[in-house]
Design a protein around this ligand. Structure first.
Ligand code: PLP
Length: 405
């Protein structure tokens, strides 16, 4: 049976022509009717809503799994920011991908990148082992590698990240989306846009059908909640996604919706600061003769391509030292840079992806995918840039490198 419950938890909201930094701060008060004109969207911490009539009809909301006013507010806000037809918020970034993967049937295929988030790799491996879905991992920096794997009948999803993580490689989303839609009209182009956030890159406008985010990262900005956000460009896809969210109960709880809404208001100012810090840090590392992966460096082969897709290079970069032991010493010598997985928080983090966030990818596959074991990833925060560079400089020195300033 098809559940045609109206998706009360989502409203369509279109951008009004202001800059995104302005849109981020202003929550459209039409999204939620509030009797008291509260300036901050109230938290409707309730599972059920009373109905007016015995047949249960009448109320806009009945049960929070299906819809909740606080969730409606954040979903309408996210749809506006992502320029999406509709947006949904779910419990984590991986839940967002899980909801999207329910659109793929046994026998269908997925084409995905070969430098992808570790958790994404784990979930794709699961569907290929248990659900009879073939997953092709290809180098998405070359649209031809994607094209080779497309099948007009079987391909259901093309899953991209750009920049990729942790090697910060760029996929030409615009070209790939156009080719996929031409060759496989029933396939959906899906982009995990977590690394850029909607502030720097709008993948629905580049031709993607679905864009999703780990709201745990830049959107919330303080590592104090977990969330996933999905935006899509068509109502029919939105209805399929809503069906899964309502059926499986993966919608975000009211309190976390409220926290996400609060966090996202400062996305613009955080991202500007984090990015300008990252640009200076990338220059500093490059000046040390280290191999730096960051699309904000003019020396980066994909500098122009990235510039054609996004309005900035973001605040995540990685670099190679040539020696695993040296990298470990650098990471452990840093004081200001916290050793932690994840990114997008106001404070700066340092990690070795092969030992941490990407450790769930087996060593031999990491090798096949040219993931250097000595790679260090930096997730730059909003601290004063001099303190960040001084700390990094001391860590490089403590680990045995000569630093040029
Ligand atoms: C963190 C992350 C995810 C998963 O999000 P969670 O909120 O941790 O479930 C997916 N993709 C990327 C690129 C991420 O960084």
């Amino acid at each position: 049976m098809i559940d045609t419950t109206p998706a009360t938890s989502s409203l369509t909201k279109r951008a009004t022509g202001y800059h995104l930094a302005t849109e981020l701060v202003h929550i459209d008060s039409d999204a939620v009717k509030d009797n008291y004109n509260a300036s901050s969207v109230p938290i409707y911490q309730t599972a059920t809503f009373k109905q007016d009539s015995a047949d249960g009809s009448g109320g806009e909301y009945d049960y929070s799994r299906s819809g909740n006013p606080t969730r409606t507010a954040v979903e309408a806000h996210m749809a506006k920011i992502m320029k999406a037809e509709r947006a949904f918020v779910v419990s984590t970034g991986m839940t967002a991908l899980d909801v999207i993967l329910r659109l793929v049937k046994t026998g269908q295929e997925i084409v995905a990148g070969d430098d992808i988030y570790g958790g994404t790799n784990r979930l794709l491996t699961y569907v290929s082992q248990y659900n009879g879905v073939k997953v092709h991992n290809v180098d998405t920096t070359d649209p031809k590698r994607v094209e080779e794997r497309l099948d007009p009948i079987k391909t259901r999803l093309v899953l991209l990240e750009s920049p990729t993580n942790p090697l910060i490689k760029i996929a030409d989303i615009r070209t790939i989306a156009a080719r996929v839609h031409e060759l496989c009209p029933s396939a959906l182009v899906v982009v995990d846009n977590t690394m850029m956030s909607p502030y720097l890159q709008n993948t629905l406008q580049l031709g993607a059908d679905i864009e999703y985010h780990s709201g745990t990262k830049y959107l919330s900005g303080h590592h104090d909640l977990m969330a996933g956000v999905i935006g899509c460009s068509s109502q029919s896809v939105a209805e399929s996604l809503y069906f899964v969210i309502n059926a499986s109960g993966s919608g975000l709880g009211p309190f976390d919706c409220w926290l996400l809404l609060r966090g996202v208001k400062t996305l613009g100012i955080r991202m500007e600061k984090q990015q300008s810090n990252a640009i200076e840090i990338a220059d500093f590392l490059e000046a040390q003769g280290l191999k730096v992966h960051y699309p904000g460096l003019k020396s980066n082969a994909q500098y122009e391509l990235h510039k054609s897709l996004a309005s900035g290079p973001g605040a995540v970069l990685s670099f190679e030292t040539g020696d695993v032991g040296l990298s470990e010493r650098i990471v452990e010598s840093a004081r200001l840079w916290g050793i932690s997985v994840s990114f997008g928080c106001v404070n700066s983090l340092i990690s070795m992806p092969c030992k941490m966030s990407h450790a769930s990818i087996p060593a031999e596959i990491r090798k096949q995918r040219h993931l250097p074991e000595d790679l260090i990833r930096l997730c730059v925060g909003i601290e004063h840039v001099e303190d960040l560079i001084n700390d990094l400089s001391s860590a490089l020195q403590a680990a045995g490198l000569k630093v040029k300033r």
